[in-house]
Design a protein around this ligand. Structure first.
Ligand code: 1GP
Length: 238
């Protein structure tokens, strides 16, 4: 079976675009879960990301166990901190918050997580995580106590993405933050995807088909949809 990363690389090499639905365990009502999973199974989503800035672990385990039973999509942890590791998932985006200068999110949490991950079969996918200013304060910025990079400073975002690639990250995630008023600028997606070899994930504030298509056209390999699906489980039908 190809790994999650191999599948992403293969899709990129064929020009196939990927779509992740992000489930934040804190915002999921377990009674609605079967309905949500049906909608995900009927949707074009290729991946399920699970995580949030702050999450209660009890719900996390129940959520992932239900997802594993009722979908065939890869379940990938997208954790806000080391408490959000579940051995039941398929993989984990092992994030470094490269846009920030908070050592907890650059190395401390990774050091805490590594021995836990070593005991699981999770596929660990090192991911350079770059937070871009979005017109509003998002939970990632608040919880991580870091400042997003300016939407205007393309050079700095590019330098950050290049550094992430040179450090050995396998993916770059351009993040406007959940519920961003403004998604990552298209010009920025274009510049980054043209200048790094590794796949580029884009998320935050993308709320319609047009936004998804524009991100793909600009060079995003995988688009993440969280809030829009949370607010409307028929999002993918529309
Ligand atoms: C957040 O990129 C994801 O980490 C998705 O954001 O909730 O705005 O879709 P939204």
């Amino acid at each position: 079976i190809p790994t999650i990363l191999q599948q992403i690389l293969e899709a990129k090499s064929k020009g196939q675009k990927l779509l992740a639905v992000l489930l934040d365990p804190d915002k999921i009502v377990l009674e609605n879960l079967d309905h949500l999973i049906d909608k995900i199974n009927q949707s074009p989503a290729t991946h399920i990301f699970v995580g949030g800035s702050i999450v209660q672990n009890t719900i996390l385990e129940e959520l992932i166990s239900a997802l594993k039973q009722k979908t065939n999509l890869p379940v990938v942890l997208f954790p806000g901190d080391p408490s959000q590791i579940s051995p039941q998932a398929d993989g984990i985006l092992f994030l470094s918050l490269l846009s920030g200068r908070n050592p907890d999110y650059l190395i401390e949490y990774q050091v805490q997580s590594a021995p836990i991950l070593k005991k699981t079969n999770l596929e660990v996918i090192s991911t350079g995580y770059i937070l871009i200013e979005s017109g509003n304060e998002t939970a990632v910025a608040r919880v991580s106590k870091t400042k997003p990079l300016s939407r205007e400073n393309l050079d700095l975002v590019l330098a950050t993405a290049l550094a992430g690639e040179m450090l050995g990250n396998r993916l770059i995630y351009l993040e406007a933050g959940s519920g961003a008023h403004k998604p990552v600028p298209l010009k920025m997606i274009e510049t980054i995807s043209q200048n790094v070899e590794i796949p580029v994930i884009v998320g935050g504030g993308i709320v319609d088909l047009h936004g998804i298509q524009n991100a793909y056209k600009a060079g995003a390999d995988l688009v993440v949809i969280g809030t829009a699906f949370e607010n409307n489980s028929r999002f993918f039908e529309l």
